[in-house]
Design a binder for this molecule. Structure first.
Ligand code: HEM
Length: 492
């Protein structure tokens, strides 16, 4: 009755305003935060905090305003951001079983579908992670065999650098070398640096990592069902992923044609055997679709991260030539010029080892890690985090935490040296994250970084090109990468 009276007395405009007010009220009630939920910027009705960019520099600024645990709202999804060594450690180590699952991120879910290794959950994830770790071990991570293939790749890399005539951007060559290590492990082969088809796959992959960091693509996460039908950079990302997965599907098809289970050549061969073994356990999810995604995980997570770190490394060497000289002095003293570096050399090369750690700390290649999801209601830093909330640990804030590092905003290898010049570990060195979901390629990455970096500096002196002053400010992709720069080489 009352509603009828109100309805009859309203004109069309007032009716629209009333409906809008009601919708806003419903939105406010639906998204009301629970008691003691972390504070954060005021969300716009329906949109949440979509005008807040999701990069680590913005997160650092918000941390200054709201503290080490704050919240955002992407559409109707709540996200909590955790910063600083102590709080991140409390989340990843103190609550090791709580922050294990990944939330569903629409822009990735379209390609990764919650299967494979990096973005899967539960039993399927546990089985895939276990299988992948044991494959990496069986194929030589931590053993001489893998080191030999990385050393071989170092020769190709140095030859490619030698062939450069004049200033050049090292991105493509470094990316080719690093990707070949993953290609050997997963696809059983390396690719020539001039292989046009493979180079195109690498270009598409880099573009995906760039696009995934762009705010315009991240809008897809707010309204996937709407953006699905709209043009925009997210469509380029999806199309690129489709081409990369088509390439991987082709490689898997070729493997199945000449597969000999008694003589596994690589990850794909081993996975095909695992599919047979797990036939009676469909929950483990070992099937061709998951294999495609698992290969993509390894290519994605294992190539761009290490390439970016090496790009930071070469950039710092041309910006800080006195540090480069000290590294070369140590290389000459411990390894000399007559043999290739090997990973065991690091034990006798504290300065170089410290420089590589400082490259990872200062370069900060994966600033926000990958998000997790709270498995149960919990408290963190005194705030209440309900089950299901997405939690992002700001690794950049750990690597630059003023309470942990003497000179957090300066490139300073002394962070990793004791008073006797010996290497010292630091608790807040978490570029690979920590806990059950930490990087599973850490050991491989460490060997790669040491061997590629020392091999290049053993053979070349690197310098800025005349008239050019590369910036230490990076570009925000899904990773944090140096802006394009060129180097000049002289052979040593
Ligand atoms: C310098 C090089 C690298 C850095 C800085 C790095 C960093 C990271 C970080 C921060 C994470 C997220 C961890 C988390 O969610 O808490 C991660 C996950 C992962 N990384 Fe790496 N990574 C590197 C190299 C590699 C390599 C070479 C591989 C290949 C074997 C790899 C494979 C993975 C995989 C599969 C995951 C997902 C693990 C899971 O969800 O269980 N990474 N990495």
């Amino acid at each position: 009755m009352i509603l009828n009276i109100i309805y009859d007395s309203l004109d069309f405009r007032s009716l629209i305003i009333l409906i809008l007010i009601l919708m806003i009220l419903v939105d406010i009630i639906k998204n009301k935060n629970p008691h003691k939920f972390p504070p954060g910027p005021w969300p716009v009705p329906f949109l949440g905090t979509i005008f807040t960019e999701m990069d680590f520099k913005t997160m650092d600024k918000l941390t200054e305003v709201y503290g080490n645990v704050f919240s955002l709202r992407v559409g109707s999804e709540k996200a909590v951001i955790v910063s600083g060594y102590k709080t991140v450690k409390e989340a990843l180590i103190g609550q090791i079983d709580n922050f294990v699952d990944r939330p569903q991120i629409p822009m990735f879910h379209k390609t990764f579908k919650g299967i494979g290794v990096a973005l899967s959950n539960g039993y399927l994830w546990r089985m895939h992670r276990k299988f992948t770790v044991s494959h990496l071990r069986a194929f030589g991570v931590g053993k001489k065999s893998l080191e030999l293939s990385i050393q071989q790749e170092c020769v190709y890399l140095c030859d490619a650098f030698k062939a450069e005539k004049g200033p050049f951007n090292p991105l493509v060559t470094l990316n080719s070398a690093v990707s070949n290590i993953i290609a050997c492990l997963t696809l059983g082969q390396r690719f020539d640096y001039h292989d046009e088809y493979y180079q195109n796959i690498l270009r598409l992959d880099i573009e995906c990592v760039k696009l995934a960091g762009s705010p315009r693509v991240q809008l897809y996460n707010v309204w996937p069902s709407l953006f699905e039908y709209l043009p925009g950079p997210h469509q380029t990302m999806f199309a690129n992923y489709k081409k990369i997965t088509d390439f991987l599907r082709g490689e898997i098809r070729k493997h199945r044609e000449d597969w000999d289970p008694s003589n596994p050549r690589d990850y794909i061969d081993n996975y095909l055997s695992e599919m047979e073994k797990k036939e009676s356990d469909p929950e483990a999810g070992f099937n061709i679709e998951s294999l495609v995604v698992a290969c993509l995980d390894l290519v994605e997570a294992g190539t761009e991260t290490a390439t970016t770190t090496l790009r930071w490394g070469l950039l710092y060497m041309i910006k800080f030539p006195e540090i480069q000289e000290k590294v070369q002095e140590e290389i000459d003293r411990v390894i000399g010029q007559s043999r290739q570096p090997c990973f065991a050399d690091k034990d006798n090369m504290p300065y170089t080892h410290a420089v590589i750690h400082e490259i990872q700390r200062f370069g900060n290649a994966v600033p926000l890690g990958f998000p997790k999801r709270a498995a149960k209601d919990t408290t963190l830093g005194g705030y209440f985090i309900p089950k299901g909330t997405s939690v992002t640990t700001n690794l950049s804030s750990v690597l630059h935490d003023p309470e942990e590092w003497e000179t957090p905003n300066t490139f300073n290898p002394k962070h990793f040296l004791d008073e006797h010049g010996q290497f010292r570990k630091r608790d807040a060195f978490l570029p690979f994250s920590a806990g059950k979901r930490a990087c599973l390629g850490e050991q491989l990455a460490r060997v790669e970084l040491f061997l590629f970096f020392t091999s290049l500096l053993q053979q070349f002196s690197l310098s800025k090109c005349p008239g050019e002053e590369p910036s230490l400010d990076g570009e925000i992709w899904f990773t944090y990468a140096p802006a394009p720069y060129r180097i000049c080489l002289s052979q040593r």
